[in-house]
Design a protein around this ligand. Structure first.
Ligand SMILES: [Zn+2]
Length: 470
């Protein structure tokens, strides 16, 4: 998969009014992003209070912990993301300053981030400016970030994921959504914040880790086209974790000609620092996440849409269950691709793909062995018929037939012996022949009850039941 070179120079002056927040909708926005700069990224932070109020929304230390010093912080997130290449630094000490605006000003009542960004001194080129204000309910979301650019506005909410989300908007990333409805072609209507795994989707609270493999490619953290191959022929492909550095394929891109989202993107991840918000056994780390993605333009400012690939999931189920699990199949109507996750071992997934409507060939890894059918003694009676005893056996669904030996006892004496064979999912009458002892027992007068044993051929659990004799 090849992306166009970043177009940030053309749109570097994108104005904040159209920038992404909870609601921001950009009619078209090229999926162009630029790498996170190497080395230290200087960040200047101003915390504002309204001129007619005494208190600031946060202390300097609270903001410093969030960005640089806390047990988990935005700077360390960037360092993890860039494999140690980048960090945020506080070149100008974080400052609390009174805003020129009072809480009753139209800029506050109507939420005008530009007004607050422009009242603080500009920062030198290449540096970032973050302005934090008290929370304004009139604002559409918790923050805004230039796409791309250098400015971030934070609306009275403080956490390291939100800061990372806005700063990654500055690198040109759009939102990560999820399918809210999906049609037979696999095309989706989507929402803007729906992806629970990508920090460009869910970004507040204790959710979301690294950006998706697609976004890591846009950031050039997954840089080589060899790591993001287009899949246009049937085969089995190895997929390494998207959130680990190194060589190898990190993303499989299946072209979807004519789709608004023109690629289906497959990735897997491992649990690691800053991408450890799910339990180890979760599908995020033991499955393949499937997304629709667009390089051309991002409909509604959403570059990727997470797809419910798990055959048991739907657009209304919990999205953390959406990745494809081992031996499950996802079919994309538009591309005609069928995808099966064969195995996942030490974070490396083996993915089988059949393109253009081809059928997936059976693979030993995923040939499920049908459970063996098992027999049950049906009914509650046993009939004496000449030298034979008759009763019914029911064979369950599964690999049949049910067959084995019959032994019927009166106390400790074996009174009849025989064999049974019943087709799976069937019920049939079976017979056992009276033994010499059995004949004597019956001659003396029918016993009231006899105990019947079924001993399945080739092992399996013996079955027994007392039946009334009639
Ligand atoms: Zn956003």
């Amino acid at each position: 998969m090849r992306r166009a070179r970043s177009r940030q120079s053309l749109v570097a002056t994108a104005c904040l009014a159209i920038l992404i927040a909870a609601m921001s909708i950009l009619p078209t926005n090229p999926a162009a992003a630029n790498p996170v700069p190497s080395g230290n990224i200087a960040v200047t932070v101003k915390i504002l209070r309204w001129s007619d109020q005494a208190s600031y929304p946060f202390t300097v230390n609270q903001v410093r912990d969030t960005l640089f010093d806390g047990a988990q912080n935005t700077s360390d997130y960037f360092t993890a993301l860039t494999n140690g290449d980048s960090a945020l630094v506080e070149v100008t000490p974080i400052e609390q300053i009174p805003s020129v605006h009072a809480s009753t000003d139209p800029a506050v009542i109507n939420c005008d981030p530009d007004a607050f960004l422009s009242e603080v001194p500009p920062v030198p080129p290449g540096e970032r400016l973050i302005v934090i204000t008290p929370h304004m309910s009139s604002c559409p979301g918790n923050g805004l970030g230039d796409i791309p650019g250098t400015q971030v506005f934070i609306n009275g909410v403080l956490n390291w994921r939100l800061m990372a989300h806005e700063l990654l908007h500055n690198q040109g990333l759009n939102h990560a959504g999820a399918c809210t409805s999906i049609n037979a072609a696999g095309d989706c209507s989507g929402n803007s914040y729906g992806d629970p795994f990508d920090v460009m989707g869910a970004s507040t609270g204790a959710s979301a880790g690294f950006p998706s493999a697609f976004n890591l490619m846009l950031l050039e953290e997954i840089a080589s086209p060899a790591q993001t191959p287009d899949i246009t022929s049937d085969g089995v492909y190895k997929l390494k974790p998207a959130n680990q550095p190194g060589s190898g394929v990190r993303l499989l891109a299946i072209p979807r000609p004519g789709g608004q989202y023109e690629y289906l993107i497959l990735e897997t991840r491992v649990k690691r620092a800053y991408d450890n918000f799910r339990s180890s056994g979760s599908r995020l780390y033991h499955g393949v996440s499937v997304r629709l993605a667009s390089l051309n333009d991002s409909p509604n400012g959403i570059s990727t849409l997470l797809v419910p690939a798990n055959p048991k999931a739907s657009t209304s189920s919990d999205r953390t269950s959406w990745p494809l699990g081992t031996c499950e199949v996802y079919k994309d109507g538009r591309s005609g691709a069928s995808i099966r996750l064969l195995t996942i071992d030490s974070g490396i997934a083996k993915v089988q793909v059949a393109v253009n409507g081809h059928r997936l060939k059976n693979r030993a890894e995923c040939q499920k062995t049908k459970p063996k059918a098992h027999a049950k003694i049906a009914g509650s009676t046993l009939k004496v018929s000449g030298k034979k005893l008759k009763f019914s056996v029911k064979c369950s669904a599964g690999k049949g037939p049910c067959k084995g030996k019959i032994v019927i006892k009166h106390g400790k004496k074996t009174v009849a012996k025989g064999s049974y064979k019943v087709k799976a999912k069937h019920k049939a009458k079976v017979k056992a022949k009276l033994t010499a002892k059995g004949k004597k027992v019956v001659k003396k007068g029918k016993p009231k009850k006899l105990k019947v044993f079924l001993k399945p051929k080739g092992g399996g659990k013996n079955v027994s039941k007392k039946l009334k004799v009639r």
